[in-house]
Design a protein around this ligand. Structure first.
Ligand code: SD4
Length: 324
């Protein structure tokens, strides 16, 4: 099924103007393109992220630089969803997860990092300057500071502070699927842009550059009011992000635990290797989650977004409301 164009007012992009693509009612849309370069990202907030990435891609830059620039753009938003402005954990602390992966299967990640504005760039440093893939918590922060990143204030953004104060009244921890969040005004409600589009707490993007090379990045503040120390799918290579330059790349959003259980994005790429289109590959991964526990799946949201080596792309989610 072809995607319906999102009726929302679209953000005007400099070099490209592209509609948001709504993944309707568990029937994902996909468009096909053979045009390089290309960048796609999750959620409404991905439009300005794509624009930041596009500046690099349009100048014949590397997909790796483009996805980092895109992720940095959203991390820079003071009152937004994924960076230091995101919702805190149960202890009132904002902890960030991020990863990045390039066309050579080089990858780096940080998890549970505090007070660092650009976890995606720290993830890239882990990839480029260490023999490791993931650094966590205090060690990740120490590595960041040693590599010239500024330690930011530990304070919460105004809206996060309000949401946390509200949450403390009942201190209930029930991850709520995003479509429901959109209807809420409570502490789990997403933050909204001026044009009415909603933010989400994770940004995943994949890009193919003019040379046909793929890269991807994910950045997130994770699930709101999570246990301190909880890590979701986003910084886990093969869960929140996977890139195989021969086949394609995929990213995910939603309840990270469910994505980790099936090594979600690795699975999507493996389905593409078997010949499935990006949309079908995402659908088969979603089906894996639904089949495992159909009742539970009704209460949560997971969406996958994928691009193959031909530049074809598609997405699929358990619930309505996942856009890219
Ligand atoms: C997580 N996958 O931490 C993230 C949350 C997310 O939109 O995608 N929110 O589990």
């Amino acid at each position: 099924m072809i995607n319906a164009m999102n009726r929302r007012k679209f953000l005007k992009l400099g070099a490209i103007t592209a509609p948001l693509l709504t993944v309707k009612n568990s029937v994902a849309g996909s468009l096909q393109t053979t045009t390089k370069p290309i960048v796609i990202s999750t959620w409404d907030s991905g439009m300005p992220v794509n624009e930041a990435a596009w500046k690099i891609l349009a100048a014949k830059g590397r997909a790796l630089d483009a996805v980092e620039a895109g992720a940095m753009h959203i991390e820079d938003q003071v009152d937004c969803c994924v960076g230091l402005g995101g919702y805190p954990d149960r202890d009132g602390i904002v902890t960030l997860d991020s990863c990045i992966m390039d066309e050579h299967a080089n990858c780096g990640a940080v998890a549970g990092i505090e007070r660092i504005k650009h976890p995606v760039s720290v993830a890239r440093k882990v990839m480029e300057k260490t023999p490791h893939v993931i650094l966590v918590g205090a060690g990740a922060q120490q590595f960041a500071v040693e590599n010239g990143f500024t330690l930011e204030s530990a304070g919460l953004s105004e809206s996060s502070k309000n949401a946390y104060t509200e949450w403390l009244k009942n201190s209930e921890y029930t991850p709520v699927i995003n479509i429901e969040r959109k209807k809420q005004n409570g502490p789990f409600a997403p933050k909204f842009f001026e044009d009415g589009s909603a933010n989400h707490d994770t940004m995943g993007l994949v890009a193919m550059d003019i040379h046909g090379n793929l890269s991807g990045a994910v950045t997130t503040s994770g699930m709101a009011f999570k246990l301190h120390g909880r890590v979701g799918d986003s910084p886990i290579i093969g869960a929140g992000l996977f890139v195989d330059n021969e086949i394609g790349a995929a990213t995910s959003s939603g309840t990270g635990e469910e994505v980790i259980r099936i090594c979600g994005t690795h699975l999507v790429v493996e389905f593409m290797r078997q010949g499935y289109s990006p949309e079908m590959a995402c659908k088969k991964a979603v089906q894996r989650i639904v089949n495992r526990d159909t009742e539970k799946a009704k209460t949560l949201q997971v969406g996958f977004l994928a691009m193959n080596k031909k530049g074809q792309y598609g997405a699929y989610a358990i619930q309505k409301g996942f856009v890219f």
